[in-house]
Design a protein around this ligand. Structure first.
Ligand code: AP5
Ligand code: MG
Length: 214
């Protein structure tokens, strides 16, 4: 899953992994959920809080270890990884990417979704105070009853940095994968269900064109 922060990668990847019964991994979640006093945890945290990318060598160490330790076999949805051309090149020796689901949203939508996002500290479910999904009770997780919080990388300053970093470091991946003919560009505006439908159709079409004899 590729796209600007807030484009809905995590939202869509989780639904898709359940529907297609695929493993799912988000590099951002791995960094957030790891022991923050570990070597990698301590190194990564300042970059994340500032909205910058964690250096490639740290990301590759984490992802290689995760994929090996969990002995991921079969297909897997990668969310937020790779995020630089260097990571994508290194990943080529580890696994093959079949499809790149590239979700596109406007800059205005980016600020609305991320500035309004609130997260449950226990189950990690995301809500949004401006858009959907809203919690039934303000500030409280529907499922756990925990107080929702706002991530440090969602302050206005960090959001600006994240957008710049995305354009400089991650957007070039669209061209990188486009050359391989595997990019499915998805309009990420509209409801979660609408975007989900578009992804489903794009994947179906990609599958059909793969089995069509040339
Ligand atoms: P990461 O956790 O990957 O964050 P991100 O991709 O920057 O941004 P999000 O997770 O916020 O966006 P998303 O596209 O998943 O959107 P979501 O579905 O949540 O990375 C965090 C940090 O970790 C990075 O900044 C970096 O420091 C580090 N890092 C991670 N991977 C790295 C790597 N490979 N290399 C280097 N550093 C790395 O949705 C967003 C919001 O919108 C939610 O509130 C949601 O409810 C809402 N929403 C979703 N869809 C819709 C819709 N259709 N309509 C209305 N609202 C919607
Ligand atoms: Mg995410």
């Amino acid at each position: 899953m590729l796209g600007v922060p807030g484009s809905g990668k995590g939202t869509q990847a989780k639904m898709l992994s359940e529907k297609l019964k695929l493993s799912y991994v988000s590099s951002g979640d791995l960094f957030r959920n790891m022991d923050q006093s570990s070597e990698i945890g301590k190194k990564a945290r300042p970059y994340m809080d500032a909205g910058e990318l964690v250096p490639d060598d740290i990301v590759m160490e984490l992802m290689k270890e995760y994929l090996l330790k969990n002995r991921i076999e079969g297909n897997i949805i990668l969310d937020g990884f790779p995020r630089t051309v260097n990571q994508a090149e290194q990943l080529e020796s580890l696994l093959t990417i079949d499809h790149v689901i590239y979700i596109d949203i406007s800059e205005e939508e980016f600020y609305k979704r991320l500035g309004g996002r609130r997260t449950c500290p226990k189950c990690e479910k995301n809500y949004n105070i401006f858009t959907e999904p809203k919690p039934k009770t303000d500030g409280i997780c529907d499922d756990c009853g925990e107080q929702l919080f706002q991530r440090k990388d969602q302050t206005t300053e960090a959001l600006k940095t994240r957008l710049e970093v995305y354009h400089d470091e991650t957007e070039p991946l669209v061209e990188f994968y486009d050359k391989l003919g595997i990019v499915l560009k998805i309009d990420g505006m509209g409801t979660v269900d609408e975007v989900e439908n578009r992804i489903e159709i794009a994947l179906d079409n990609a599958k059909k064109s793969n089995i069509d004899p040339e």
